[in-house]
Design a protein around this ligand. Structure first.
Ligand code: PMP
Ligand code: GLU
Length: 397
């Protein structure tokens, strides 16, 4: 009998991946779709990283790897955390997994018990609430909007904490809003968490290098909660290595040990060649990252300028990542060819079918009046996309 488990039945499909798939399908029918749905750098992996991978193949790095990663890679990650973040970690606090997504999943599985509450500020990245569900936890969503620059306030956090709170998820720079918590904002959050010794902070810093406001701030810098922060990061965004699947967690030893145990049964150590490539990335001087940053900032400026001229789009100024997240409720109730746009999902489908631009509706991120566009694509394509969208929305009456 074809019967999928209740666990998987309850799981939503990833909408970022689904929209990207839809856009590929239209493209395969010969339609010229501009895909601003999935968020991945359009740059190639740097040559020195590729060279390290080729060398690893020639040197026969073909055997099983240690479950939490090669020692050399754990050391390179500790070096990166010291050099770039001024944080002291030892290799036995690092677990390397198949992407930051896998690291997030491992940590949630290891620290959340059935019924534990996980505070998830919205807009959140698509996979957070689904991963919490898999860990049998309960997401407690704190909704934010454009007027607070998509950031939670200490007051909101305080109000969401209960005796069952186990984890606070943070993502800065944020996917999907691009917002970045300042040093003082993080400190205020840390001071609240410090009063509740049972709470862990899962800090997703995958967009660390795509920051147009200055230096990256990690909540792990605050000594009063230092032992309770788990940093998640990887090479996907900063080194344009999405397909290599390398992410890591940096945490207290007891959490690293638990992730190691889980990974030992579930997946084992990740790909040997990708790990050797990641060693080169984490040991590098960051110049390739800076080149990408310049391009992303130029594109951010272009998108904000172009979209703020479109009537009905309300924007913030994203400080990092490569997304723009306009509020679009102005269009709800308007019609095209007799069809009413009722919500952001309809608006996204309208843009896909009429403007041939793919984007992800805010419902995927827990804030249904918004829509996410990724600008990690060529400048010329962004220009075309903005023109097409402006023209399409003029047809809504
Ligand atoms: N966290 C956030 C906020 C992301 O946007 C992504 C990218 N999809 C990930 C984690 C996962 O990254 P990775 O490719 O390393 O699994
Ligand atoms: N970070 C990307 C996004 O949000 C990747 C897609 C995914 O892994 O879900 O679009």
């Amino acid at each position: 009998m074809e019967k999928v488990s209740a666990r998987i039945n309850a799981l939503e499909e990833s909408q970022t991946i689904a929209m990207s798939q839809k856009s590929r399908e239209l493209a395969s029918q010969g339609i010229d779709v501009i895909n601003l749905s999935v968020g991945e750098p359009d740059f190639f992996t740097p040559d020195f990283v590729k060279a390290a991978a080729k060398k690893a193949i020639d040197e026969n790095y073909s055997f099983y790897t240690p479950v939490p990663g090669y020692k050399e890679l754990q050391e390179a990650i500790c070096g990166k955390l010291k050099r770039e973040n001024n944080l002291d970690f030892t290799p036995d606090q690092i677990v390397v997994s198949g992407g930051a997504k896998h690291s997030l999943s491992n940590v949630l599985m290891c620290v959340v018990d059935k019924g534990d509450e996980v505070i998830v500020p919205a807009p959140y990245w698509v996979s957070y609430v689904e991963l919490v569900k898999l860990a049998e936890g309960k997401s407690i969503v704190i909704e934010t909007g454009i007027d607070s620059d998509f950031k939670i306030t200490p007051k909101q956090l305080e109000a969401a904490i209960t005796p069952k709170t186990r984890v606070l998820m943070l993502c800065s720079p944020s996917n999907p809003s691009g917002s970045i918590y300042t040093h003082n904002e993080l400190k205020a959050i840390a001071d609240i968490v410090a009063k509740h010794p049972n709470i862990l902070v899962l800090s997703d810093e995958i967009y660390e290098h795509i920051n147009f406001t200055g230096k990256h701030e990690s909540i792990a810098q605050f000594e009063n909660i230092r032992e309770r922060v788990i940093i998640i990061n990887g090479v996907s965004k900063g080194y344009a290595m999405t397909g290599w699947r390398i992410g890591f967690s940096a945490s207290a030893k007891w959490i690293a040990k638990a992730c190691n145990k889980l990974q030992g049964q579930q997946t084992s150590g990740v790909c040997s060649i990708a790990q050797k490539a990641a060693v080169a990335a984490f040991n590098s001087d960051g110049s390739t990252v800076k080149e990408m940053q310049v391009a992303f900032k130029r594109r951010r400026d272009f998108m904000v300028d172009a979209f703020s001229k479109i009537k009905g789009f309300r924007l913030n100024m994203p400080g990092g990542a490569f997304y723009i997240y306009p509020e679009i409720s102005y269009f709800f109730g308007k019609q095209y060819n007799g069809q009413t746009i009722k919500n952001a999902d309809d608006f996204a489908m309208f843009l896909l079918n009429v403007a041939h631009v793919a984007a992800v509706p805010g419902s995927a991120f827990g804030t249904p009046n918004y829509i996410r566009f990724s600008y990690a694509t060529a400048d010329e394509k962004l220009k075309q996309a903005a023109e097409r969208i402006a023209k399409a929305v003029e047809q809504l009456k």
